[in-house]
Design a protein around this ligand. Structure first.
Ligand code: LLP
Length: 424
């Protein structure tokens, strides 16, 4: 459920007219709903009454400081994959003791930063990483709390590019090698084994593959306990899908959380979840303005002011985002079929092919729905376009939580060396 609805013929975010934000901040612009973020965090937490749970929001989905601060106030922790994400989470008020560090390529410098901060857990993905982490922690006179991310060889995920739990994916420790690596971890001086971790993919709509993976992982955790490891935590990763189309019906967050609670209950585990998309996805939209209609022999292009640099999911994954006009179309408004494209000089700068929309005129404003996750975080300044700004709405007011940079700010890290200037 989200808080983007038509009222009085205008698309609103909570109590704010999105057209007002488009006018005042300019387009393209991302708009997030505070109430939607809060609701998603609460729905998941509520399923775990009586069980120890850490909702480690996956910062990669949307790392804006104001979004993180909203979730920090809900008691969320953070799942991070870089020193930068860790610092973001801490700057937004998420304590290190609620941060887990995932990712296949942690550097020694990042490990040191995280150990010094005192993070909750490292999710270790390879033998090489385990050994380096032991060394870095030993040098600091500490022991790193770790879970091994195991690869359960379960296929799931909406797109091959975001499936991570099959053997052959680069993620995790192969299932058959996990127990041997745990045995080694148990002996390493700078390592303290605390749990088992899994993450099988993203935009997963059905609970079946996840349940199968989590049951395997709980079985492994219990075997590891028998082998003498102090397995106190199960980290189930993220991955629950959201509806991108009105006809999509992924499992509800409450059912997902209840399933996890069911699979893990009764063994005294602390459960860690790393939800990203399910928290932020439907909490955000990208607003854009129609610039031109261009007629080709076999199609009509609708050229808009947002580009693939602002929202790359359609270009990268062929992802679908619903497009809604900010002015609610009257009943019976004629529809037209468009290829919706951006201004970037790439053929992949296309948001939709042969999409039926209520007829659009230049200057009309549109919203890409479900753009709160993997939207702004994946944006770039390609074609020297300023990074897209972000706005957070709460009730009847809004704040610009990342403003659009001006030209000087866009170029301020660059320098033309004197030896070039001398030749000029
Ligand atoms: N934990 C780990 C270890 C992950 O790799 C991910 C996502 C998550 C948690 C959060 O997954 P979520 O709950 O958001 O599904 N850019 C792609 C999605 C990439 C997902 C990467 N890993 C997209 O736009 O669909």
């Amino acid at each position: 459920m989200h808080h983007f609805n038509y009222a009085g013929g205008r698309l609103q975010c909570e109590g704010v007219d999105l057209g007002r934000i488009a006018d005042e901040v300019g387009t393209p612009v991302y708009v997030y709903s505070n109430a939607t973020l809060q609701r998603h965090a609460r729905v998941i937490a509520e399923a775990f009454s009586g069980q120890k749970v850490l909702i480690a929001y996956s910062v990669k989905a949307n790392g804006n400081l104001a979004v993180l601060a909203t979730l920090a106030a809900e008691g969320c922790g953070a799942d991070v994959v870089s020193g930068g994400e860790m610092q973001r989470a801490m700057k937004a008020g998420i304590p290190a003791s609620r941060i887990v560090f995932s990712g296949v390529g942690k550097t020694a410098a990042e490990m040191k930063l995280a150990l010094e901060a005192g993070i909750h857990q490292f999710n270790v993905e390879s033998a090489g990483e385990l050994r380096l982490l032991s060394k870095v922690a030993s040098d600091l006179g500490s022991a790193a709390p770790i879970a091994l991310r195991v690869n359960p060889d379960v296929a799931a995920g909406g797109h091959p590019n975001i499936s991570t739990g099959k053997s052959g994916d680069k993620f995790g420790v192969p299932w058959g090698e996990a127990e041997t690596l745990y045995a080694e971890a148990g002996k390493l001086p700078g390592i303290k084994v605390v749990g088992v971790d899994v993450h099988i993919g993203s935009q997963i709509g059905e609970l079946g593959p996840m349940r199968a993976a989590f049951e395997k992982v709980v079985g492994l955790a219990l075997r590891l306990r028998e082998q003498g490891h102090d397995i106190a935590r199960i980290d189930v990763g993220g991955g629950l899908g959201i509806p991108y189309r009105e006809t999509d019906a992924p499992a509800a967050p409450s059912a997902y959380a209840a399933m996890i609670s069911d699979v893990t209950a009764g063994h005294g585990f602390e459960v860690i979840l790393e939800p990203g998309r399910v928290i932020a996805g439907n909490a955000g939209v990208l607003l854009t303005t129609a610039l031109y209609e261009k007629q080709a022999p076999d199609r009509t292009f609708l050229i808009i002011d947002a580009g693939m640099n602002d929202l790359i999911r359609p270009a990268l994954y062929g992802a679908h985002h619903d497009i809604r006009p900010l002015a609610e179309p009257a009943l019976g408004t004629a529809e037209k079929t468009y290829d919706v494209v951006g201004p970037i000089c790439e053929s992949t700068d296309k948001f939709a092919t042969a999409r039926n929309l209520p007829e659009v005129a230049p200057g009309d404003r549109l919203a890409f729905m479900s753009a709160g996750a993997y939207g702004a975080v994946l944006s770039s300044a390609y074609n020297a376009r300023p990074l897209v700004p972000e706005v957070l709405v709460s009730g009847d007011h809004y704040s610009v939580v990342r403003r659009r940079p001006d030209f000087d700010e866009m170029t301020m890290l660059e320098e033309v060396p004197d030896w070039i200037k001398a030749k000029a």
